[in-house]
Design a binder for this molecule. Structure first.
Ligand code: ZN
Length: 256
């Protein structure tokens, strides 16, 4: 089965109910419905490790979660999740169990803790690196960039006793220079940003990210068939990324 037949979709966090036009939270129950819809349509759930081990033998999806935030807990505590569901957790090396300090004040997101991540692994999830400190890669000096890419991999491998073969850049943004270094350490690079404009064999760009979805719009994204949804999604994605970058710049200037 060709890897091109695999759909890749990226998420951040989840919440109960609310409006999702801006922000990166997806409704938990919609997500669960979505998992059942794709399962009932004959798709399997895969991870990057399955690609490496040639285990992809049917149509399928790889679902990945940037930041591995605490709101993912329901994926292992809820009885409604399909038993064979698994995905990739992109963990930030220095933030396991910690609050995300780069977030705008008041958001208070936190990473899953060590024990919970272990539980995810025992259920077939794989672990990827989402850098060491979640700094935007293109602002870093070479030595710092190397650390973010390399040390995060080794810290995660040592802590969790797993192979870390994939990297997802903070904010979904990676430039060519960083990408070339990342390729020394990783087999695959995932990004929530579908507008990177870089073509590379290691680069697996999400069909789409985040936001304002229900199970049907998510399903259409997997099928890549609904142009209207794709249009709104790319608009939304740009707004979202703009929003993220803004909070980083404020931090850089010492305002947050
Ligand atoms: Zn992130």
């Amino acid at each position: 089965m060709d890897i091109k037949n695999i759909s890749i979709i990226g998420f951040h966090g989840f919440k109960d109910k609310g409006l999702y036009f801006l922000g990166n939270k997806v409704d938990r129950n919609e997500f669960i419905d979505f998992l059942w819809l794709i399962k009932e349509s004959g798709y399997n759930f895969y991870t990057d490790i399955d690609i490496l081990n040639n285990k992809i033998n049917s149509k399928g999806v790889i679902i990945f979660f940037d930041d591995a935030e605490e709101s993912l807990n329901f994926l292992i505590t809820s009885n409604s999740i399909p038993k064979d569901f698994k995905g990739i957790l992109f963990v930030i090396g220095n933030y396991i169990g910690e609050y995300f300090l780069w977030d705008v004040i008041g958001k208070k997101r936190k990473s899953l803790d060590y024990e919970t991540i272990k539980e995810f692994i025992s259920r077939g999830y794989s672990i990827g690196s989402h850098s060491l400190t979640h700094k935007p890669l293109s602002y870093l000096e070479y030595s710092q960039l190397e650390k973010e890419l390399k040390d995060s991999k080794y810290i995660l491998e040592k802590k969790f006793n797993v192979d870390v073969i994939s990297f997802s850049p903070p904010f979904g943004v990676i430039d060519k220079f960083s990408l070339n270094i990342a390729k020394n350490y990783y087999r695959f690079i995932f990004s929530i940003n579908s507008n990177l404009g870089i073509r590379d064999n290691n680069l697996l760009i999400a069909n789409t990210g985040i936001i304002f979805d229900n199970k049907y719009t998510l399903y259409y994204k997997i099928l890549k068939k609904n142009r209207l949804i794709n249009f709104f999604n790319s608009l939304n994605e740009k707004l979202y990324l703009q929003f993220s970058k803004g909070s980083v710049l404020l931090k850089r200037f010492g305002l947050l």
